[in-house]
Design a protein around this ligand. Sequence first.
Ligand SMILES: CSCCC(=O)C(=O)COP(=O)(O)O
Ligand SMILES: [Zn+2]
Length: 225
Amino acid sequence: MSSPVAWSRAINSSPIDRGRLERCAQEIAEAGRELGALGWTPATSSNFSMRLDASHAAVTISGRDKGRLGIDDIMVVDFDGRAVGTEARPSAETALHTQVYRRFPAAGAVLHTHSRAQSVASRLYAARGVVRFEGWELQKAIAGYTTHESVLDLPVFPNTQDMSELVARVDAWLDAGKPLHGYLIDGHGIYTWGKDMPETRRHLEAFEFLLNCELDLLRLKGTPT
Ligand SMILES: CSCCC(=O)C(=O)COP(=O)(O)O
Ligand SMILES: [Zn+2]
């Protein structure tokens, strides 16, 4: 959103609660600062969002430095990706965010980052199409996982500038009944989500840690497990 005036227009022309929008924008900006400080949002990459209500999300404006976000760098979109109350351009990857909110009614936040581990792992596992985590205690950081004796799959989808292709791949995975808590895009980065921003941050940190462990094993052993 380019200014508080635009925010007022957005709120006046929609059922969105202004207080909720401001709180979400603050949470998104804070997450961006912390993820940026970790080096996971290089060169304006990455995008973040939070659910506002049953049909709207707050999402980062395209091209902004995600490590230095203010609330004016956050805008409102509907779940078809249309901007609400502003001429600003939402993230180029907005369709991947709104898909999560449509497919997971309990999802409250989505984070997408471009860390080195995410980017390198996406290339190494692209041919296999999935990174399979087994036997790691940190799998329990993902909602619903209660033991290291579980299988946690993080699919790797081919990169494309056509978001509808990516949306279709995610839909196909879900329609096959396979669990999904996040995914890599080849040569690109990771998407993950959760019921709120703290859970989404936890998922992102867990996937980052697990990917780094798998990459360390690869360096030591030579082939993917
Ligand atoms: C320079 S990063 C290329 C685009 C991208 O992958 C990304 O995450 C940021 O795109 P946005 O439109 O959300 O700024
Ligand atoms: Zn990206």
